[in-house]
Design a protein around this ligand. Structure first.
Ligand SMILES: [Zn+2]
Length: 356
């Protein structure tokens, strides 16, 4: 117990200055809440120093009573203030140290690991299938010239089939073609033109990428979707090569059991042209809801490269023949996984994407 007192003329007297100094030092040295509480009990508790001083008041002279009483009150307030201040400082220190310390016993939070989007998986799968057949994957820009997207592919400016391949035009003029504007490619076929302008046959390339059409969005249409273009040019390439190549590819993608069907069709940049069907791999050609009871699924378009396309690329007349094909990545993916709405691919809903 604190005993800073002197006896003056037989009366117990308290050295308030010394007490205050001592309390200051003690409180400043406190590092834990329990120590602070111990000091509070020691000075302000029921059996503490302040109470002891109050208890001694009746033994004092009438002159001293009010003076000592006043000093005792002041000392009590000061000690209370010192302890309160220290409490705040300790709390701040605890907060800071708790930020630094790591409790290794708390169970960890595992971070989510992303995965390849289902469309990219399909693109990779298709590209790999063709790479195994000797093709090289190439790339083309999404912003194209009107020449590459239309004219060089035998779609002249006044040809009605431009409507089928219509697209979004940019305000940027085509630097190489006065009066025409750049556009977002409406198919991956302009990639053929770029490759043939740059390379001399023999060549076999596969060109995946985004394409754009001014279509209203619904369950089967999107203003942006993905295509994969294939091109093989050499001397003496025949339609039978095209059939053999696409049959090998479709069997690899959909299984050995499927049957193939080539239906005559029109594309401006190939002649002859065909649409390729496979027998429905779900119902084995018997007819189901996926194939619309027809037993066949339309998979891609193809044909032999039109002589006008070779001409636009500057190839000598009659020197080369080639085959080309194009397929929609969304369509193949929807068929393969039984997805009924194209919008699901682009809504970024994790519940959908995490299934694949
Ligand atoms: Zn079917």
């Amino acid at each position: 117990m604190f005993r800073a007192r002197t006896v003056v003329r037989g009366v117990m007297n308290w050295n308030f200055e010394e007490i205050q100094e001592t309390v200051c030092k003690e409180v400043a040295g406190v590092l834990a809440d329990q120590e602070l509480e111990a000091l509070r009990v020691k000075y302000l508790g029921r059996k503490g120093l302040i109470q002891e001083i109050y208890a001694s008041l009746p033994t004092l002279s009438n002159d001293q009573k009010p003076l000592v009483g006043k000093k005792a009150n002041e000392l009590r307030n000061e000690i209370t203030q010192l302890i309160d201040d220290r409490k705040i400082i300790l709390k701040e220190k605890q907060k800071k140290s708790s930020h630094k310390s790591i409790d290794v016993t708390i169970p960890g939070v595992s971070s989510t690991i992303g995965h390849t989007h289902i469309l990219t998986q399909t693109i990779n799968e298709i590209c790999l299938a063709f790479e195994n057949l000797g093709f090289v994957v190439a790339d083309g820009p999404e912003i194209e010239t009107e020449f590459n997207n239309f004219t060089a592919l035998n779609i002249p400016i006044d040809h009605p089939s431009r409507d089928a391949f219509d697209t979004f035009y940019l305000e940027e003029p085509d630097p190489n073609n006065k009066g025409r504007y750049l556009l977002l490619r409406s198919h991956t076929s302009p990639g053929q033109i770029r490759i043939m302008k740059d390379m001399t046959p023999p060549l076999a390339v596969i060109i995946p990428g985004k394409v754009y059409r001014p279509d209203a969005v619904d369950a089967s249409h999107s203003f942006m979707f993905h295509q994969i273009e294939g091109l093989l040019v050499d001397k003496d390439v025949k339609f039978s090569d095209l059939k053999g190549l696409l049959t090998a590819f479709c069997k690899r993608l959909f299984g050995e059991k499927i049957k193939m069907r080539f239906r005559p069709h029109f594309f401006p940049f190939t002649e002859p042209s065909a649409e390729v069907d496979i027998s429905c791999y779900i119902c084995d050609g018997k007819g189901c809801s996926v194939c619309g009871r027809k037993g066949w699924l339309e998979i891609m378009g193809c044909g032999m490269v039109h002589p006008k396309v070779f001409e636009a690329c500057g190839y000598p007349k009659g020197k080369y023949t080639g085959l080309a094909f194009g397929l929609g990545v969304e369509r193949i993916t929807m068929l393969k996984y039984g997805i009924n709405d194209i919008r699901l691919f682009f809504e970024n809903d994790q519940r959908f994407l995490n299934q694949f």
